[in-house]
Ligand binder design. Structure first.
Ligand code: AMP
Ligand code: MG
Length: 336
C-alpha cells in the first residue's frame, strides 16, 4: 500500500514537472507553409501560418489557381480574352474582366486620367520590356497618344459588352492587385491564422505568424538589393510601383514602364510609390497613378480616397508620407 502511494506520488510529480517543462519550453512553433510560383512575369509566393500542411497546400493551390486564371484572362499576350477584345475592338467579356476594367476606368476618372487602362498603344510603342533602344520619334508618340483616352472606351455592365473605342486596353497596372485580392479572399476562408500573398513585392496580408506581425521589406529604388525600410503593415494590401523594376536606359536617361498618358512618355516624377489600402486592386491603381502624378498631387489623390495611405520617394530621393501611413504600416521595431 505504502509502495503504491509512493509510486503514485512519483507519477504525479513526473507529470507536473513534464507539464511545467512544456510551459517553460513550448514546442517549437510550426513553420509557415510557403509555396512559390512564377506568375505574371514575376516571382510569387504564398505564405500560410496556423494550418496543417495538407490544408495549407490545398488553400495555396486554390489561391494560385485564381491568380493564374486572372493572368490567363487579362494579360496582353496572344490568345487571352483581353487580347481578343483589343483585336476586335468590341465584344462580350467575363464578369472578372468587366470588374477590373470598370475599376480601372473609375480610377482613371478619380486620378484625372493619370491612371489610364487604355494606355496600351503607348505601352507597346515604348516597349520597355524589349531592352535598351532609342526612344521613339515624337511623331510616333503623337500617333500612339491619339489612340489613348479612357473616355473613349465604353463598358455596358448590363450586357457585359465592351467597346475599346479604338484604344488598346492594358490592365497591367491593376490586374495584379485584383488577382491578389482573389487569392487573399480564398485564404481568408481557409481557416489560416495568417497569410501573405506576394506577387513580385505587391501583397495582401492578414493575421500573424505565430503571433508575430508579418514583416514587409521596402526596396530602396536606387539600390534594389537593399531595403529602404521594414514595415509591419496592418491587414490589407501594400503595393509598390516604381521606375526601378521595369525600365531601360538610353544615353543616361531612364525610361520606366509607367507611361504618362498626357505627355506620351515614361513617367519621371517618382522613383517609387508604396500604397497601403484595404484592397490590393485599389493600392495597385493608386501606386501607378502616383508615379504619373508626382508625390504632391499623388498624395492628394490618396487623401481623397481613405483609408488608403502612401509613402512616395520622388525623383530627387525625397520621402513623402501621407499622415496616416505610419499607423497602417509602422516601421518594424519602432515604438508606437
Ligand atoms: P504597376 O507596376 O502596377 O505600376 O503597373 C505598370 C504597368 O501598368 C505597365 O507595365 C503598363 O502595363 C501599365 N501602365 C503603364 N502606364 C500606365 C498608366 N498611366 N495607367 C495605367 N496603366 C499603366
Ligand atoms: Mg499598379
Amino acid at each position: 500500500m505504502k509502495k503504491a502511494l509512493v509510486a503514485l506520488a512519483f507519477l504525479a510529480l513526473t507529470l507536473v514537472s513534464a507539464l511545467l517543462w512544456r510551459r517553460i519550453n513550448p514546442p517549437p512553433p510550426q513553420p509557415p507553409y510557403v509555396e512559390t510560383r512564377w506568375l505574371m512575369g514575376t516571382q510569387a509566393a504564398i505564405t500560410i501560418s496556423g494550418l496543417p500542411e495538407e490544408k495549407a497546400k490545398t488553400a495555396a493551390q486554390a489561391a494560385f489557381a485564381h491568380m493564374e486564371r486572372i493572368d490567363a484572362r487579362m494579360a496582353r499576350r496572344p490568345g487571352t480574352p483581353l487580347n481578343e477584345l483589343n483585336t476586335k475592338g468590341e465584344g462580350t467579356v467575363s464578369k472578372e474582366l468587366l470588374e477590373v476594367l470598370t475599376s480601372g476606368l473609375s480610377w482613371a476618372e478619380k486620378s484625372g486620367g493619370a491612371f489610364d487602362p487604355t494606355v496600351g498603344a503607348l505601352v507597346d510603342l515604348w516597349a520597355v520590356e524589349s531592352g535598351p533602344h532609342p526612344p521613339p520619334p515624337q511623331m510616333a508618340v503623337d500617333a500612339a497618344k491619339a489612340r489613348v483616352g479612357w473616355r473613349k472606351a465604353a463598358v455596358d455592365a448590363a450586357t457585359m459588352r465592351v467597346d475599346t473605342g479604338g484604344t488598346i486596353l492594358e490592365l497591367g497596372g491593376i490586374a495584379k492587385g485584383y488577382a491578389i485580392d482573389l487569392a487573399a479572399s480564398e485564404l481568408a476562408g481557409s481557416g489560416a491564422v495568417g497569410f501573405i500573398v506576394d506577387v513580385g513585392g505587391d501583397l495582401a496580408l492578414a493575421g500573424a505568424r505565430n503571433s508575430m506581425a508579418w514583416r514587409v521589406g521596402l526596396q530602396n529604388p536606387r539600390e534594389p538589393a537593399s531595403l529602404f525600410r521594414v514595415l509591419t503593415p496592418k491587414a490589407g494590401a501594400i503595393v509598390t510601383s516604381g521606375d526601378y523594376e521595369r525600365y531601360f536606359e538610353w544615353e543616361d536617361e531612364r525610361y520606366s514602364h509607367i507611361i504618362d498618358p498626357f505627355t506620351g512618355v515614361p513617367a519621371k516624377k517618382v522613383r517609387s510609390a508604396t500604397v497601403w489600402a484595404e484592397k490590393a486592386m485599389d493600392a495597385d491603381a493608386l501606386a501607378t497613378a502616383i508615379c504619373v502624378m508626382g508625390a504632391e498631387e499623388g498624395l492628394k489623390l490618396v487623401a481623397a480616397n481613405p483609408p488608403a495611405q502612401a509613402l512616395v520617394i520622388d525623383s530627387e530621393g525625397k520621402v513623402w508620407e501621407s499622415p496616416g501611413f505610419s499607423q497602417v504600416a509602422p516601421t518594424a521595431g519602432a515604438s508606437k
